[in-house]
Write a protein that binds this ligand. Structure first.
Ligand SMILES: [Fe+2]
Length: 406
C-alpha cells in the first residue's frame, strides 16, 4: 500500500488543453486570444520538410500575426541550441512562442522562454539551481508525436554535452505551455518506428507515475486511462499510420500520461533513459520503451497491488488470479508489446554491455531515482540494464529467424 500520508500533495496545470482532429485550424484564434503579435515558431527540419511549418504559418498570418521561425531544433536539444534560440527571440523582438514538433521542439521552446524572461543560460535553471520565478512568455505547444506529453508537463529536458547528461528544468507551472493544441491529424505521417517509440514513452509515463511514491488520486486516474488507450490503440497506430481513431486515442494517451507526471518525476525507467540519453544520442522514446519491461520486472514486488491494477488497465484477464500473478502478467505483457512494436535493442541504439557500470552510476545519480517503487542503487541498475540487453538479444535471434524463413 502506498503511503497513506499526511504529506501535502497538490496538482496544478496552467495549460489550456485544446484538441480535435483538425484542431490546427484554431491556432490563429488561440494565438489572438493570448493577445500576442510576434511569436517565435520553434521547430526542426523534419517538420519543415514534411510541410507542417506551413500549417502553422498560415493560420497565424491569417489572424494578423507576424511570426518568425527558429527551425534548428534537433533530437535531445542541448544548452547551446536553447541559448541561441533565446538570443534570436530577443533580437527579433518576439513576444511569444509556438512550438511544433516532438518533445525536443516543445522542450526547446520552454527553455527559450525561461532564458528570455530570466536571462543567462538555460544551464543555470537546472532543477535545484536558480529558481524560475516568473512565467515564460505565452507558449502554444503543438505536438506532432504522441508520446512526450511535454505539451502539458511542467518540465523541459535539456542535454549538457560536457557532463554527458540530460537535466530537467521546471517543476513549476511557470514553465508550462499556455495552450496545448493537440491535432492527431498531424501525426498520421509519422514513421512506424517513431510511433512505436513515442507511444512506449507515453505508456512509460503512465506506468511510472502510477507506481511511484508521489502518486495521488488525480494522477492515478489519468495514468490508468492512458494505459487503457495505449493497450487498445498503440499496436493499431503502429500498424496503420493513417488510422485516425488510433492516432486520436494515442494523442489523448500522451496528454493524459503527461498530466500524470506533470508535476513530479517518473521513476527508474526515466532515470535510466534520461541519463543514458546524455551518453549516446539515442531517441528518448525507443530507449525508454526498451527499458520499461525490465524496470517493471524489477519494481513489481514493491507495489504488487498497483501492478495488478495495471494488468487490468491493459485488459488482461486477471480473474481468479492472485495479486502477485496479475502483477507478473503486466510485466510479461509489456515485454511482448516491446517486441510487437519492434523496439530496437540497446545495442542497436548505440550502447554496449561494457558501458553498464557507467550507465548504472549515472542512473543512480538521476533525481528520478527518488520515488521509484522499489529501492534501487547502482548495483541494481546494473542488473536491470543486463536484463534490457538480454531482451534485445532475443530480438536479434527472432529477427534472424524471420529473415531465414523469408
Ligand atoms: Fe519520457
Amino acid at each position: 500500500m502506498a503511503v497513506l500520508d499526511s504529506v501535502l500533495k497538490a496538482y496544478q496545470s496552467p495549460t489550456r488543453m485544446v484538441h480535435a482532429i483538425g484542431a490546427i485550424s484554431a491556432l490563429g484564434q488561440e494565438a489572438a486570444a493570448l493577445n500576442v503579435k510576434r511569436p517565435l515558431i520553434v521547430t526542426d527540419q523534419g517538420i519543415v520538410k514534411a510541410g507542417l511549418l506551413e500549417e502553422v504559418l498560415k493560420p497565424l498570418r491569417a489572424a494578423g500575426l507576424d511570426p518568425v521561425t527558429y527551425d534548428q531544433v534537433r533530437a535531445n536539444p542541448g544548452i547551446a541550441l536553447v541559448d541561441a534560440g533565446a538570443r534570436y527571440y530577443q533580437s527579433e523582438g518576439c513576444d511569444s512562442l509556438v512550438a511544433i514538433g516532438g518533445g525536443s521542439s516543445i522542450d526547446t521552446a520552454k527553455g527559450i522562454g525561461v532564458v528570455a524572461v530570466h536571462g543567462g543560460s538555460i544551464g543555470q535553471y537546472e532543477w535545484g539551481k536558480d529558481p524560475i520565478h516568473s512565467r515564460i512568455p505565452p507558449l502554444i505547444a503543438v505536438p506532432t508525436t504522441a508520446g512526450t506529453g511535454s505539451e502539458v508537463t511542467l518540465w523541459a529536458v535539456i542535454t549538457d554535452p560536457d557532463r554527458k547528461v540530460k537535466f530537467n528544468v521546471g517543476g513549476t507551472p511557470n514553465i508550462a505551455a499556455w495552450v496545448a493544441l493537440i491535432d492527431p491529424q498531424l501525426s498520421v505521417n509519422l514513421p512506424a518506428g517513431v510511433t512505436a517509440g513515442t507511444g512506449m514513452d507515453a505508456l512509460t509515463h503512465a506506468v511510472e507515475c502510477y507506481t511511484m511514491a508521489y502518486h495521488q488520486p488525480f494522477t492515478d486516474a489519468v495514468a490508468l486511462h492512458a494505459m487503457e488507450y495505449c493497450a487498445r490503440w498503440l499496436r493499431v497506430a503502429y500498424s496503420q499510420g493513417h488510422n485516425l481513431e488510433a492516432r486520436y486515442h494515442m494523442s489523448m494517451a500522451a496528454m493524459l500520461a503527461g498530466l500524470a507526471y506533470g508535476t513530479d518525476s517518473a521513476g527508474a525507467a526515466h532515470a535510466m533513459s534520461q541519463s543514458a540519453g546524455g551518453v549516446h544520442d539515442a531517441p528518448h522514446g525507443a530507449l525508454t520503451g526498451r527499458l520499461l519491461a525490465p524496470v517493471m520486472e524489477y519494481n513489481y514486488s514493491g507495489e504488487p497491488e498497483r501492478f495488478a491494477r495495471i494488468a487490468q488497465a491493459l485488459n488482461l484477464d486477471t480473474a481468479n488470479k492472485t495479486i502477485w500473478k496479475a502483477a507478473e502478467l503486466s510485466v510479461e505483457y509489456v515485454y511482448q508489446l516491446t517486441e510487437d512494436l519492434d523496439i530496437p535493442s540497446l545495442n542497436e541504439l548505440g550502447f554496449s554491455e561494457e558501458e553498464i557500470p557507467l550507465l548504472a552510476q549515472k542512473a543512480e545519480a538521476d533525481s528520478q531515482t527518488i520515488g521509484n517503487p522499489r529501492d534501487v542503487d547502482a548495483r541494481n541498475y546494473e542488473r536491470i540494464y543486463a536484463r534490457a540487453f538480454e531482451a534485445g538479444r532475443h530480438r536479434k535471434v527472432a529477427r534472424q529467424l524471420a529473415h531465414a524463413g523469408s
